[in-house]
Design a protein around this ligand. Structure first.
Ligand code: S5P
Length: 372
């Protein structure tokens, strides 16, 4: 079947979320996209935690995914992970660490779950090259399963500060601190210990999680145009604690080698792991079999400056750009990934909205909700 005519081109995100082969995290993402009306992923390629978190706040309402390169953030630490998670939960987007794994299974497991970044703990999505062979997918899936199991039986430590008459009023108002991991618990202990003169009672509770046990089903919420997005997102709730992988099937850079048989092999491997591989980094939809419902995420996207619409765009280092319209409408891609197009704008929030609108309109046209 020609990929240009694959049914996924005409199906809405919401319809695709309900198909039988969709994984719980893909279903959540597709429903989030549908409710928030955004198929924009922002690539936050910045070098400090402060910039990263400020950007997440600034553009969070306009995106479905925030993409990171943790290894360029010079002060990446627990605060970065926790900050990102908090903003993602508040603004409702997923986090995608663009790690591009490409080593043998045993090594990628350590890179994914260990090291200073412990990616599996805070990024719902990551990506990999298939250069080492299919074992890379199995290895990452196994590491993800380990992290999910650990999360679902996590040890919670609750620290509650008991206010006393001698404590300053802002201290007396301190909330119960409860975090989701042992490291963050240690941070909380430190924060409590820092308070002068406060009397704290520390009670330790070890429990098995009862909320958010994964995979918890995402509700399919009917929504009309003009519905209250915030209320719908509240009903959608938090993302299930699941992990997913994108395979790099094509790249945006000039002269890349991810072509022909290599790309086809990527698709074949993805089909063997539909529960974990939710899609591809590619420049066009690769859905071809009836059961295919892969999500295509596409970098190398920019809007041309006014008057330069016909000019080929790129940077001085081989990056090549297409417009959101070309990528979504003509190439059948599902999520546009935009970095510098938004990052270098004077008003990043407004620019993110402009990209969101462009990509959303192209999607509506593609699935027949809008006339071209
Ligand atoms: O083929 C690719 C794959 C990726 S993930 N081409 C890319 O540019 N990327 C990433 O997308 C790249 O690492 C960068 O983080 C982002 C594109 O950034 P921009 O500033 O060029 O939009």
């Amino acid at each position: 079947m020609s990929s240009a005519r694959h049914p996924s081109w005409r199906r809405s995100y919401r319809e695709r979320a309900a198909l039988p082969t969709v994984s719980p995290l893909a279903a959540y993402l597709l429903r989030l996209i549908s409710i928030k009306k955004t198929n924009l992923c922002f690539s936050a390629d910045v070098t400090t935690t402060a910039e990263l978190l400020a950007l997440a706040e600034e553009v969070g309402d306009s995106i479905c995914i925030l993409k990171t390169h943790a290894d360029i953030v010079t002060d990446f630490n627990d605060r970065t992970m926790k900050g990102l998670q908090d903003i993602a939960r508040k603004k409702r987007f997923l986090v995608f660490e663009d790690r591009k794994f490409a080593d043998i299974g045993s090594t990628v497991q350590k890179q994914y779950a260990g090291g200073p970044q412990r990616i599996v703990r805070w990024a719902e999505i990551t990506n990999a090259h298939i250069l080492p062979g299919p074992g890379i997918v199995t290895a990452l899936k196994e590491a993800a399963a380990g992290a999910i199991a650990a999360y679902n039986t996590a040890v919670h430590t609750e620290i509650s500060a008991s206010p006393t008459p001698s404590v300053d009023s802002d201290e007396a108002d301190s909330p119960v601190l409860s975090d989701t991991s042992a490291d963050m618990d240690r941070l909380s202990v430190a924060r409590v210990a820092d308070r002068k003169q406060s009397v704290v009672s520390i009670s330790t509770t070890i429990s098995t999680r009862t909320e958010n046990i994964s995979p918890h089903p995402t509700p399919d919420i009917e929504h009309e145009d003009g519905a209250d997005t915030a209320a719908l997102l509240d009903r959608l709730g938090d993302a299930p604690f699941q992990r997913s992988l994108l395979l790099l099937a094509e790249m945006s850079s000039e002269g890349h080698l991810l072509t022909g048989a290599y790309t086809a092999q990527c698709v074949a491997i993805a089909r063997q792991h539909r529960d974990f591989v939710i899609g591809f980094i590619a420049q066009r939809s690769l859905n071809a079999d009836d059961a295919d419902n892969f999500i295509t995420m596409t970098p190398g996207v920019q809007l041309p400056p006014p008057g330069k619409e016909a000019k080929k765009m790129g940077d001085a280092l081989g990056q090549q750009y297409n417009t959101p319209r070309k990528i979504v409408l003509e190439q059948g891609c599902d999520v546009i990934i935009v970095g510098r197009g938004i990052l270098y704008a004077a008003d990043r929030k407004a620019e993110a909205e402009r990209y969101r609108r462009e990509a959303w309109q192209a999607y509506e046209e593609r699935v027949g909700l809008l006339r071209s």
